[in-house]
Design a protein around this ligand. Sequence first.
Ligand SMILES: *[C@@H]1O[C@H](CO)[C@@H](O)[C@H](O)[C@H]1NC(C)=O
Length: 289
Amino acid sequence: MEAAASSTSSRYSYEDYKETADWLLAQTEQRPKVAIICGSGLGGLADQLLDRTVVKYEEIPHFPTSTVPGHAGQLVFGTLQDRECVCMQGRFHVYEGYDVNTVTYPLRVFSLLGVETLIVTNAAGGLNDSFAVGDIMIIKDHINLPGFAGTNPLCGPNDDRFGVRFPCMSDAYDRELRALVKQVAEEQGCGDFLQEGVYCMVAGPSYETIAECKLLQTLGADAVGMSTVPEVLVARHCGLRVLGVSLITNKVVLDYDSGEKANHEEVLKTTKSRTQDLQRLVSSLVSKI
Ligand SMILES: *[C@@H]1O[C@H](CO)[C@@H](O)[C@H](O)[C@H]1NC(C)=O
């Protein structure tokens, strides 16, 4: 069932990305400027697109396939509020056994399609005491914890056709887009559960221990999850503007006396209840980009 990710070549050439992009351009008339990565349980956003062209990952040359329950595994081209978009319904994770080059493969393809803005969503655990389950957190910055140990998709020879050797990340999460999403949230009455904070990536798939959660809090993280950061690194490298949004689907366990346990079903349940709000937020935002 699991794809043999470890045997997949971890290095892709410019020609591979180009071949995938050209193949996709031949499947659809759409020329999206916005790409949206739908996180766990947030794939419903892609269902709202009109004039859709749906392409299964397994049909796409060089594309990896997704193995997580709740992730559909297809690219959906279409319009959201009359704007042409491409949605990833299902993404790839390091914990599935893919290396980071595979996880981030779609981003360079999007860049070659002409995409200029990436909107990335995820489900995350809340570390900040003032966050509640169901809050929507705009990502203002990230901590690439696996990156500290060398897991960075930009490691290896740099291809200047995509970007520079040492890309800046202090401006990874676009200030203007963050301001815009706050404005849209206020207009929609979502302001009460909108937060802004730092997202920390861990590799997973095991959830964090109590000691690890305390560590992440100390590091200044507000939310923790197992995705997003590799995609953002590659997107920024090739010059895309990025907006990241986390849905806080659970609070991490920080108390040794607590009987609570993190579980994937809880994540999917919370996601379901706040999905509508998040979808409205993203779709209104898209109309203003
Ligand atoms: C938690 O979030 C609140 C509200 O966004 C923020 O003011 C505060 O600085 C955060 N706390 C920590 C410890 O980062």
